[in-house]
Design a protein around this ligand. Structure first.
Ligand code: PBG
Length: 335
């Protein structure tokens, strides 16, 4: 039996022996019992490659993020590698677009050029991940070929497989399909294997929702759909069982890493995926999540560093192994 004695000597009650506050008293105690950490090697930085040299086009809604020509991108990657960040994921801004997104699977396209340049720079510890999708390359801005007003799944999958092989052959370390077509992971795996690239892993955007949080990215990648929206292929936000089905299918089709996107409004999906599947799990802390923190911090309404760190560790706590985030450099600098 424990009694608590007040400062005036009076007994103020029996509080029992367990006092969790004992381990919160000092920074050293808190650090010793901390359950989750964000490390530089957990992080992937998204980058936008554009044509030209010495080009840096800042993205309004994403302070610190820019479209960069390949020469500047290589310098950026050198810095990223120096900070111990695991890798970068590349998106391309092509010099022209067409109805089938052909600049996306051109072996001399902007992303293959960027991959080769980064690989030539000898940054051996930096993973170069190629996002595979057609929305940056189609003139209508959808993630595949249009037929009868909607994206034609099966014909699109053929082009995605072609795009994936082009990126793998340019030297990409990981292929990351983000289009949400049915069966694309299996078809991409097949195309890579047939070409002898059994060694190239697939990080699948498995549970990718039709989210308004992608707004700033579409400015960065110039990929806003010119008509309609992406709800016929990306997932409906209220659904979580469907996310489990999407993930299960991607694993069966050969995904090496699965992803939930966006992260913050979908922490429950991350947790459910972590409990159900043993495959490594990634989360995409998307552009709108980044922009909200930057905007509120700019107004002095929140403390950017503390909110950022709290958000990123919440994604780890929910179960993610890997976080794709525009904050990667800022965070790694603090670690
Ligand atoms: C391409 C793609 C998108 C994002 C990553 N890959 C946009 C979309 O689906 O519209 C969003 C990333 C972000 O918002 O940071 N399909």
């Amino acid at each position: 039996m424990t009694t608590h004695v007040g400062t005036d000597g009076s007994v103020v009650g029996d509080l029992g022996p367990v006092r969790p506050r004992r381990l919160r008293r000092t920074a050293a105690l808190r650090a010793m019992v901390r359950e989750h950490h964000v490390r530089p090697e957990d992080l992937i930085l998204p980058l936008f490659a554009c044509p030209g040299t010495q080009i840096r086009n800042n993205i309004d809604a994403m302070p610190g993020v820019a479209q960069m020509s390949v020469d500047l991108l290589v310098e950026e990657c050198r810095e990223v590698a120096g900070l111990g960040i695991s890798g970068v994921i590349l998106f391309g801004i092509p010099d022209h677009k067409d109805s089938t997104g052909s600049p996306g699977y051109d072996p001399d396209g902007i992303v293959p050029q960027a991959i080769r340049a980064i690989k030539d720079a000898g940054l051996d510890d930096l993973l170069v991940i190629a996002d595979v999708c057609l929305c940056e390359y189609t003139d209508h801005g959808h993630c595949g070929i249009i037929r009868d007003g909607d994206v034609d799944n099966d014909r699109t999958v053929e082009l995605l497989a072609r795009e994936a092989l082009v990126y793998a052959n340019a030297g990409a370390d990981i292929i990351a399909p983000s289009d949400m077509m049915d069966g694309r992971v299996g078809r991409i795996r097949g195309a890579l294997d047939e070409a002898g690239r059994t060694d190239v892993p697939i990080m699948a955007y498995s549970a990718k929702y039709a989210s308004a949080f992608y707004g700033p990215f579409r400015e960065a990648a110039g990929s806003a759909p010119q008509f309609g929206d992406r709800r016929s292929y990306q997932m409906d936000p209220p659904n979580i069982r469907e996310a489990m089905l999407e993930i299960e299918l991607d694993i069966e089709e050969g995904a090496d890493i699965i992803m939930v996107k966006p992260a913050l409004s979908y922490l429950d999906v991350l947790r459910a995926a972590r409990e159900r599947f043993d495959t490594p799990l990634a989360a995409y802390n998307v552009s709108g999540e980044f922009a909200m923190i930057k905007a509120a911090a700019e107004r002095g309404w929140i403390d950017e560093v503390r909110v950022r760190d709290e958000v990123l560790v919440s994604i780890k706590r929910a179960g993610a192994d890997v976080i794709l985030t525009y904050f990667a450099k800022d965070v790694a600098r603090c670690l």
